[in-house]
Design a protein around this ligand. Structure first.
Ligand code: 2AM
Length: 181
């Protein structure tokens, strides 16, 4: 299965982000992430086998044992590769060291399981949408939006998600929730 680790977001934050999506003037040229699919990716795994999935179920709790519940807050709008010619539109995250430690612990455990992952620089973000064609600068896509309310999110768990790609977009299914002790 195609899988990734993610933080699922409280309903209130998903509402806030969905409302931000609706404020854009360029709705047709952008494939918006559906409200219920909004998430913060911790680590994308790609295809993993049932045996690897099972091994992750067993090893991840021990790997994150030293990390307790923590909070992060949303920051401003941004885009990859840049604001001038955006392809991926996102809301940034002001994250404490724990989020980076969590990501690092997952990278190490996943590799021990025989899954190869790229450990690029981690830019925690929540993708709002992807620009399908034509380029518009970010400030044209979200005119008049200067800031995003810094909603605080307390993270007491994270999830392993199965992603099935369909012509209508990805379908996400939570395969396992890992709670901090
Ligand atoms: P994103 O967080 O920037 O949107 C599921 O596909 C999630 O994994 C997406 O949210 C996506 O990025 C992230 N992801 C990271 N690397 C990916 C890759 N090579 N292919 C697909 N998704 C990837």
């Amino acid at each position: 299965m195609r899988a990734f680790f993610a933080v699922d977001l409280p309903e209130k934050v998903k509402d806030q982000l969905a409302s931000l999506q609706r404020q854009s003037q360029y709705r047709r040229n952008i494939k918006w992430v559906e409200r219920d699919n909004l998430h913060l990716t911790l680590l994308f795994l790609g295809d993993i086998s049932p045996a690897q999935e099972k091994r992750l179920f067993d090893t991840v709790p021990e790997a994150v044992r030293d990390i307790g519940e923590f909070s992060f807050s949303l920051s401003g709008l941004g885009a990859f590769p840049n604001d001038r010619k955006p392809k991926v539109l996102w809301v940034g995250v002001k994250a404490p060291g724990e989020l980076y430690r969590l990501r690092e612990a997952l990278v190490q455990t996943v590799r021990k399981t025989g899954i190869s992952v790229k450990d690029d620089r981690f830019h925690p973000h929540i993708t709002l949408g992807r620009v399908k064609r034509d380029f518009y600068p970010l400030n044209k896509i979200f005119p008049g939006i200067r800031s995003v309310a810094e909603e605080n999110v307390t993270l007491s768990s994270f999830v392993l998600i199965e992603s099935t790609l369909t012509p209508q977009g990805p379908v996400y299914k939570v395969k396992k929730r890992f709670c901090f002790s």
